[in-house]
Design a protein around this ligand. Structure first.
Ligand code: ADP
Length: 302
């Protein structure tokens, strides 16, 4: 596997605030990575460091296995980390021509990239006439003009309407299917689930998880229980080797389990201990609930 970017023990402090805390992760060629976390969790700061626009407080990062300078490496990277900004009175095509001049790259790819983002038929329209989604798509075309090995996007669908969101996600998937590695920052679980193969979950600058999206959360669920004899039930659950934690609310006992268990077997087990249940349900949190538990957002909001 070819490593595109490797970050190790990265920390960024702004005065007393630690925006990124001892963060390490690796980006391998050909995958679509999401950095997922609530607003303020350090996603943009992390991207900014790797793009040399934010200075790290400590730690390291290296591009493409470390055999080039960051300056050289960034010529092989396409990034959009701010709101797209082009000349309002110039056409989409002319704006991209200017980008080619500034970056000293060939103009050959302009039409191809405009086509990829669905703007070829609007290439002569002035930038100011574009919707926000079209502006974002033009920015993607612009970042792709030099055929980068990796495309970096910070909250690519922020502020867009559902159709605009759908278009951007489809374009990202298209670009990925052509072999370009992608790294995107998002606060939307749904977006990362839909678009990414791998994810780094951040909370308050710290990594909570790194790995495939589909293995992000592996919960065995929980039992909801009611019994006449709540005290006995709680005592039994608290001593149970497969019960991670219990909680009780208005007589409803919730027992979180750390390995798969069937409701029937659990009912039998309790019965044998003389604990009769009036209610027994085995539930699994939705992916969203599990994610919120992982990032502890529920507690933060309270
Ligand atoms: P995210 O991209 O996940 O929303 P950021 O990386 O933008 O998070 O911010 C992480 C934390 O660092 C936040 O608390 C934010 O307020 C703070 N922060 C970001 N940039 C600066 C800055 N230039 N000066 C001071 N604090 C900053």
């Amino acid at each position: 596997m070819e490593t595109i970017l490797s970050i190790s023990n990265l920390t960024k402090k702004y005065g007393n605030l630690t925006a990124v805390n001892n963060l390490s992760f690796t980006i391998q060629k050909g995958n679509v990575y999401g950095i997922l976390g609530p607003n303020g969790s350090g996603k943009s700061t992390t991207l900014g460091v790797t793009l040399n626009v934010v200075n790290a407080t400590s730690g390291n990062f290296s591009w493409f296995g470390g055999d080039t300078t960051t300056h050289q490496a960034l010529k092989r990277v396409g990034a959009i980390i701010e709101r797209p900004n082009f000349y309002p009175y110039m056409s989409a095509y002319k704006n991209l021509k200017l980008v080619c001049k500034i970056k000293e790259i060939s103009e050959d790819k302009i039409n191809e990239k405009l086509e990829l983002v669905g703007l070829l038929d609007r290439k002569d329209s002035k930038f100011k006439t574009f919707s926000l989604g079209m502006k974002q798509r033009l920015a993607i075309a612009s970042a792709l003009l030099n055929d980068p090995e990796i495309l970096i996007l910070d909250e690519p669908t922020n502020g867009l309407d559902p159709q605009g969101i759908h278009q951007i996600r489809a374009i990202i998937q298209d670009i990925a299917s052509q072999g370009t590695t992608i790294l995107l920052a998002s606060h939307l679980l749904d977006e990362v689930e839909k678009v990414c193969s791998h994810v780094v979950v951040l909370r308050k600058g710290e990594k909570l998880y790194e790995g495939p999206v589909d293995q992000m959360i592996s919960s065995n669920g929980f039992f909801e229980l009611k019994s006449e004899n709540t005290d006995d039930l709680i005592n039994y659950l608290e001593a149970h080797p497969n019960v991670k934690s219990t909680k009780i609310l208005e007589g409803l006992v919730t027992a979180f389990i750390d390995q798969p268990m069937s409701a029937a077997a659990f009912n039998k087990e309790l019965l044998e201990k003389g604990i009769l249940l009036s209610h027994l349900v085995l539930r699994k949190e939705s992916l969203e609930e599990q994610f919120l538990q992982l990032t502890d957002d529920l507690n933060d909001a309270n």
